[in-house]
Design a protein around this ligand. Structure first.
Ligand code: GAR
Length: 215
């Protein structure tokens, strides 16, 4: 059976939906770079192995990356899932897991990489916002897009309301992307594009915005 290692830094709500999802694979471990991450306790309470690789304990990024890679490899996962993992990873680390590491980001990439995506979306006045699951490449919040979900932005929105609407979609698309990978339907091609079997006609990798009326 294929296995996954999930990397977190905080709350772990995306991790939790993955723990709850029916997946054709096993969650081997959850690793955090922050000792106090609430997600760690949550994972442990579900009987999942947890560990911490604290970035503050290493002199530089290369040393942290090496320790993190070693901790991941101990579990020999088929897939590494970044779920709110908020450390920038070095090129060597990314290349080591290329094609078998994915990330979720709370915007419709390539718009709004980085932090405060919802506040920036509101300031920019976009009418459509959302989230993206992508294969990880050395550039931050970049990389071949696997699946996106859109949500409407309403004039009455504030950051928490918009964030909650996006998070709901994150919780839909992340298990989907992970499931595709574990089923062997999803891969990164040598040309750096995403191959998803069965997506040609279905458009499965696009979640059309839920055009619910404004609250
Ligand atoms: C999620 O919104 C995720 O998309 C974001 O952090 C949050 C983590 O929440 N990730 C990034 O911004 C990565 N660039 P969670 O801990 O409840 O899953």
């Amino acid at each position: 059976m294929k296995s996954i290692v999930i990397l977190i830094s905080g709350r772990g709500s995306n991790m939790e939906v993955l723990l709850d999802a029916v997946l054709p694979g096993r969650i081997a471990a959850v690793i955090s770079n922050r000792p106090g991450s609430p997600g760690l306790a949550l994972a442990a309470s579900r009987g999942v192995a947890t560990s911490v690789v604290d970035h503050k304990a290493y002199p530089d990024r290369a040393a942290f990356d090496a320790a993190l890679a070693e901790e991941i490899e101990r579990h020999g996962p088929d897939l590494v899932v970044l779920a709110g993992f908020m450390r920038v990873l070095g090129d060597d680390f990314v290349r080591r897991f290329e094609g078998r590491m994915m990330n979720i980001h709370p915007s419709l990439l390539p718009a709004f990489p980085g932090l405060d995506t919802h506040g920036r979306a509101l300031s920019a006045g976009v009418k459509l916002h959302g989230c993206t699951v992508h294969f990880v490449t050395p550039t931050l919040d970049n990389g071949p897009i696997i699946i996106q979900a859109g949500v409407p932005v309403f004039p009455s929105d504030d950051t928490p309301r918009l964030a909650a609407r996006v998070l709901e979609q994150e919780h839909r698309i992340y298990p989907q992307a992970v499931r595709w990978f574990l089923e062997g339907r999803l891969s990164l091609t040598a040309a750096g594009t995403v191959r998803l079997e069965g997506d040609r006609e279905e458009g499965a990798s696009l979640c059309v915005p839920a055009l619910d009326p404004a609250p």
